[in-house]
Write a protein of this length. Structure first.
Length: 186
């Protein structure tokens, strides 16, 4: 039972009517929660021009693709999204890049429909989505997404710990004097 219903029942049980202030506060919290659920579901920030140009489904398709290209189940979507901010800004300023994304998403969906009769986003099995990705991996679109993700994810010190990587060591004299005997991630 959500908090609004509990609050409403509390007021009814206590003989009080729900005030307008309580109603508006509860409604606002519900609205904010609903917007949060639906707004962060794509690779680009939903309010970016890039996301608006490729559309909600295209944006969600890019996020699914990103997670399939670099499948780290322990990483939250936000890490994939934050590394693609520069790509979104580039696409907003560069019509050729925006076209590459739009045409690439269309090609991804065309390959998906040809193989499985549905869009890439609607293919349930990861193995099937990987087959679609392998079919387009030579394309400029695939290589652009893959390259930007690789540099963004693996150069992000914020998530190194999630991979068990202690970070760069050259500025500390290398690994010989800094945990060489304790390396467990190789």
């Amino acid at each position: 039972m959500n908090n609004d219903k509990k609050l409403s029942q509390h007021h009814k049980a206590s003989g009080h009517r729900m005030s307008r202030r309580v109603f508006i506060a509860g409604s606002g919290a519900t609205l904010v929660g609903s917007v949060a659920i639906f707004s962060g579901i794509g690779l680009f920030a939903p309010d970016s021009r890039a996301a608006m140009q490729i559309g909600e489904e295209g944006n969600r398709t890019l996020l699914r693709m990103a997670r399939d290209v670099y499948p780290h189940d322990s990483l939250e979507d936000k890490y994939y999204q934050q590394v693609m901010v520069p790509l979104a800004k580039q696409a907003e300023a560069d019509p050729k890049l925006m076209d590459l994304l739009i045409i690439g998403i269309a090609a991804l969906n065309q390959e998906s429909r040809a193989r499985y009769g549905t869009t890439y986003l609607n293919i349930g099995a990861e193995e099937e989505r990987v087959k679609v990705l392998k079919a387009i991996e030579a394309s400029a679109f695939f290589q652009k997404i893959k390259g930007d993700l690789m540099m963004g994810i693996y150069n992000n010190p914020e998530i190194w710990e999630k991979f068990g990587f202690g970070g760069s060591s050259w500025q500390h004299g290398g690994y010989i004097n800094r945990g060489y005997d304790e390396i467990d991630w190789i």
